[in-house]
Design a binder for this molecule. Structure first.
Ligand SMILES: O=C(O)CCC(=O)C(=O)O
Length: 256
């Protein structure tokens, strides 16, 4: 897997970078085998359900060692630290599941508003990598992104006026920080929307300010994904984080 200067430049230009076959078949099978077992952990606070279906499992590395191995994957660390250009630690780690027929959407949003406003991170010197554990076709709700939108900072974000628990509204299908719809249209007109349909094992690296979203899964197939977010060790939270450790890790172990 080659990360050359051209690819790094491309990432800074477009806000995302894709590597197919990051994981091999055996690695995918061993991670997939654990997915059903998360059903036995539904009562834990790090397992987020909506309509009684698991939407996300945070900190899966605390449950299964296959997931512990994954976030330490040499290529993921190597690429992520080069994209950030700093030593990195694991900031957030989750699995997003979209079950056949019922898996729900993710509204257009940027990730950084949550990390800045809720977790006290100063700069977007971070990168997320989404890894597909299934072949993902358009009907399963693949990740959609608008290239280049990471460059505009977080001025586009919009806070919904929601009653109730604000923690759950950063985790469920009614997100509290979304993006101004006019801005989405403006940038979609200008740069286009990319729908990222790729095979299992594909790794999509993306910037915390990139506009992204995904639709529900109306297909008869699963859409299981992992999202690992690495942060620069020079960018640890400056205030006490409001959110729990399983969402905003306070373990600043260097992965380099
Ligand atoms: O799972 C997806 O399709 C998108 C997830 C996402 O945007 C997020 O977890 O912030």
């Amino acid at each position: 897997m080659k990360l050359d200067d051209g690819k790094i430049k491309d990432y800074h230009e477009k806000g995302f970078l894709i590597f197919e076959n990051m994981l091999n078949k055996d690695e995918i099978i061993s991670l997939k085998d654990r997915i059903l077992q998360f059903e036995n952990h539904k009562d834990q606070s790090n397992v987020i359900c909506e309509d009684d279906e698991i939407r996300s499992v945070f900190a899966p590395h605390k449950i299964f060692e296959e997931y512990d191995r994954l976030y330490r994957h040499k290529e993921l660390i190597n690429i992520s630290s080069k994209l950030i250009d700093e030593e990195i630690y694991l900031y957030q780690y989750k699995i997003n599941l979209k079950k056949p027929f019922v898996g729900k959407w993710w509204e257009w949003h940027q990730d950084f508003p949550y990390w800045k406003l809720d977790d006290g991170i100063e700069n977007p010197d971070m990168v997320s990598v989404m890894i597909y554990l299934d072949d993902v076709d358009v009907c399963q709700g693949p990740l959609m992104i608008i290239p280049g939108t990471h460059k505009i900072g977080i001025e586009a974000f919009e806070k919904k006026d929601l009653d109730g628990d604000s923690l759950i509204n950063s985790l469920n299908s009614n997100l509290k920080y979304t993006i101004d719809k006019q801005m989405i249209k403006e940038y979609a007109d200008k740069n286009g929307i990319k729908t990222l349909s790729y095979g299992a094992g594909t790794a999509i690296f993306f910037h915390p300010n990139l506009f992204h979203a995904s639709t529900g899964n109306l297909s008869p197939y699963t859409r299981d994904t992992v999202i690992i977010t690495y942060n620069s060790l020079k960018n640890i939270p400056t205030v006490e984080a409001k959110r729990p450790e399983y969402i905003c890790s306070r373990d600043f172990e260097s992965l380099n």
